[in-house]
Design a protein around this ligand. Structure first.
Ligand code: GDP
Length: 427
């Protein structure tokens, strides 16, 4: 069976920790979308890791890790990451890179940077890792699949077509140097050798694994709000962040997905640019304090190091985020972080044009939304590392139950610290 671990919000919900935890009792972990533009933080016996492209199952010898066809594959980063983790004492993981995955090319990264430069102050705050140009090329059918690396005539032909288009754009729109096709071709042959040990038929592998009753985890990147169709377009990413896309990007059959675990933090955080709507944002000294205390080392992007914007828990966004994911359960992380507060606010509605709603709106209306808060008492104690839900202070349990009622999905996992077993399970 398949369990999807996906984000209900803006990303950085703690999916990496939950995936690493559930991988203990699973067989396969698959990354099915996104690229190296975000990071999953994992803290376990080997140390602290920020994984960007490798699936979070790589710390277990019993897990097969799959980089699915839906991923934007930055080959150089994948290999560097493998080197990094093995250098820190992690045994070489079992890894399959789908032969159908497409390659994130050096010109995607260049194009991302050039476009942000062209947009100036109107930029979307891209991480400049080439994700938007990569997915644009995939759907324009000018992308290069991993399997193309193993057919040199075809590779040259596909690369020539892509470079022809890029050069028009680079020289005439961005006024930048043209690409050197021979250098790119040689670089691709280098990627081929780096990837060769891992390339495989992930499609058959996954279908066979499911036929043998294996447990497959789908590991999402970012969260519902960043989905290009159902998120806060255009301040989204360029691949689908929803569990449903796992059926294409992993791929697994829709009927095999039995559990959709939506991860959400006990407060809000978003690494997006300041122009993005973030209704329950906490600014000033209070925001600084939450940012400093958040996550395992403060709320700073695992990939970019950017300070994350932080805010109160937003039940409007999270309820919607869980709905579009098709959540069967919620994993609430970082509850321990809130132990310092006398009172905790929760955003329970949006006021838009004088009316209050609990329905998550489209972007033009979202831009006008103001938060409606309810205030709950804090529990004023350190709950880090508690593993028995019943042992939590009454205030912390009431907080969880309040959120659960508003979201409308059972909160079955409550995380009380960044480490693997700092977790409680609710019946
Ligand atoms: P992901 O991309 O969804 O995996 O999330 P990130 O790794 O980018 O961000 C989550 C942050 O929260 C990381 O710093 C984690 O180590 C941390 N974290 C996860 N769960 C908990 C928790 O229960 N408590 C605390 N204090 N930190 C947590």
């Amino acid at each position: 069976m398949v369990k999807a671990i996906v984000g209900a919000n803006w990303g950085d919900e703690g999916k990496g920790k939950i995936t690493d935890l559930l991988a203990e009792t699973s067989d396969v972990v698959v990354r099915f979308q996104g690229g190296a533009n975000a990071g999953h933080t994992i803290i376990n016996d080997y140390g602290r890791f920020a994984l960007h492209i490798l699936p979070s199952g790589i710390f277990y010898p019993h897990i097969t890790n799959v980089v699915g066809n839906g991923v934007a594959l930055d080959a150089a980063k994948l290999v560097a990451e493998l080197k990094d983790i093995t250098g820190q004492g992690v045994p070489a993981p079992n890894l399959i890179v789908s032969e159908r995955a497409q390659l994130l090319m050096p010109y995607h990264v260049l194009q991302d940077g050039y476009e942000e430069e062209r947009l100036g102050g109107k930029a979307f705050g891209s991480t400049k890792s080439g994700i938007a140009p990569f997915y644009s090329d995939k759907y324009a059918k000018t992308g290069i699949q991993v399997c193309d690396l193993f057919d040199e005539d075809r590779l040259w032909d596909r690369l020539s077509r892509a470079v022809e288009l890029k050069n028009v754009l680079f020289e005439h729109l961005y006024h930048k140097p043209a690409l050197d096709i021979k250098a790119l071709y040689d670089q691709l042959l280098g990627y081929r050798e780096m990837l060769r040990p891992y390339v495989g038929d992930a499609v058959s592998f996954l279908h066979n694994a499911l036929a043998q009753d294996k447990t497959v985890l789908l590991e999402g990147q970012l969260g519902s709000m960043k989905d290009p169709d159902l998120g806060i377009f255009p301040m989204t990413t360029s691949s689908h962040t929803l569990a449903g896309y796992g059926c294409v990007g992993a791929p697994v059959p829709p009927a095999a997905v039995k559990d959709v675990i939506c991860v959400t933090k006990a407060y809000s955080s978003s690494v997006g640019s300041n122009t993005e709507p973030f209704v329950s944002e906490l600014l000033g000294a209070e925001g600084d304090e939450l940012r400093r205390r958040g996550g395992d080392k403060g709320e700073f992007g695992a990939t970019t190091g950017r300070p994350r914007r932080v805010g109160w828990f937003d039940t409007v966004a999270t309820k919607y985020g869980c709905m579009v994911q098709g959540a069967t359960q919620v994993a609430l992380t970082c509850l321990d972080v809130l132990g310092y507060l006398d009172e905790i606010k929760v955003c329970v509605g949006y006021e838009i044009d004088g009316e209050v709603t609990d329905q998550f709106p489209t972007t033009p209306r979202l831009m006008k939304a103001k938060p409606v808060f309810e205030t709950l008492p804090g529990w004023k104690s350190d709950i880090r590392g508690i593993t028995d839900y019943d042992a939590l202070p009454a205030g912390a349990k009431s907080y969880v139950e309040f959120l659960e009622k508003r979201i409308g999905v059972p909160v079955k996992i409550v995380s009380t610290g960044p480490e693997r077993h700092e977790t409680t399970f609710r019946k």
